[in-house]
Design a binder for this molecule. Structure first.
Ligand code: DGL
Length: 269
């Protein structure tokens, strides 16, 4: 069936962190309707095995397709790291993911050719960011660090807190002389200030959420899928409690600007 520019864009994440991506997409593409799926019932993904996260990713994308989306954004770095391009290209609609977009942005920003990434344990273990960056800049120096405590600290709302600062100091003590650091996890844009303070403002931080929004814009334009009618609506689906999604969602976004529904996970498969 022919794709249609008036259809919504689907965005998914393991939970609420992907709202950082939704926010950037809404800023850049205010005329697009959005359907966000947060798989909070099965989160976190970052501590799970490659096979489990890959299976979840297939189901998350199928769920969004069942809602009639014209394109899918994989907001979750861990899902993108485990899925791989071949799987993402198999759904019949454009699928844009954070890792390619973040790596391209980092390569544009670096001047020293020394780039780093921080993310969940699964993302860092996959080595996907390093491969993506080195495919674009083969001789670059590369630093990678898993920072698993950052996700719960962000969900607690401790974005600019001395405990978060101590944790960041400990994680980033061996950062070396990189000049660019990719925030390779949905939650980390909330820690830009703390990470900036810890790195003494000497390291440029690449927000993958901004990078993926820009990439989506390019792809919609390329495929003639940009919505020209400004009646945009946003709907949220969660595989866990609607109330919990709504309250944490407001902490993340300020205002959700759309209704939250319980995802009918029967539609998974
Ligand atoms: N959304 C995940 C990511 O970007 C972080 C949270 C989780 O571990 O599920 O990697």
């Amino acid at each position: 069936m022919k794709n249609d520019s008036s259809k919504p864009i689907g965005i998914f994440d393991s939970g609420l962190g992907g709202l950082t991506v939704l926010k950037e997409i809404r800023n850049l593409l205010p005329d697009e309707s959005l359907i966000y799926f947060g798989d909070s019932g099965r989160a976190p993904y970052g501590t799970k095995s490659f096979e489990t996260v890959r299976a979840y990713t297939k189901e998350d994308i199928s769920f969004l397709l069942s809602k009639g989306v014209k394109a899918v954004v994989v907001a979750c770095n861990t899902a993108a790291a485990c899925a791989g391009r071949e799987l993402l290209d198999s759904f019949g609609v454009p699928v844009v993911e954070v890792i390619g977009a973040g790596s391209e942005a980092a390569v544009k920003v670096t001047t020293s050719g020394k780039i780093g990434v921080i993310g969940t344990t699964a993302t860092i273990k996959s080595g996907v960011y390093e491969r993506a960056v080195k495919a674009l800049l083969p001789d670059c120096g590369f630093y990678a660090k898993a920072c698993p405590l950052f996700v719960p600290l962000v969900e607690e709302g401790w974005w600019d807190d001395e405990i978060t600062c101590s944790v960041a100091k400990r994680y980033l003590s061996d950062i070396g002389d990189i000049d660019t650091l990719i925030l390779g996890c949905t939650h980390y844009p909330y820690l830009e200030k703390v990470i900036g303070d810890v790195t003494g403002g000497k390291v440029k931080l690449v927000n993958s959420a901004k990078a993926v929004a820009a990439k989506l814009d390019t792809i919609l334009e390329r495929d003639g899928l940009k919505n020209k009618n400004a009646n945009a609506v946003t709907e949220y689906y969660t595989s866990d409690s609607v109330e919990k999604f709504a309250s944490l969602g407001e902490l993340f976004l300020g205002e959700l600007g759309g209704d939250v529904f319980r995802a009918d996970t029967e539609a998974f498969s």
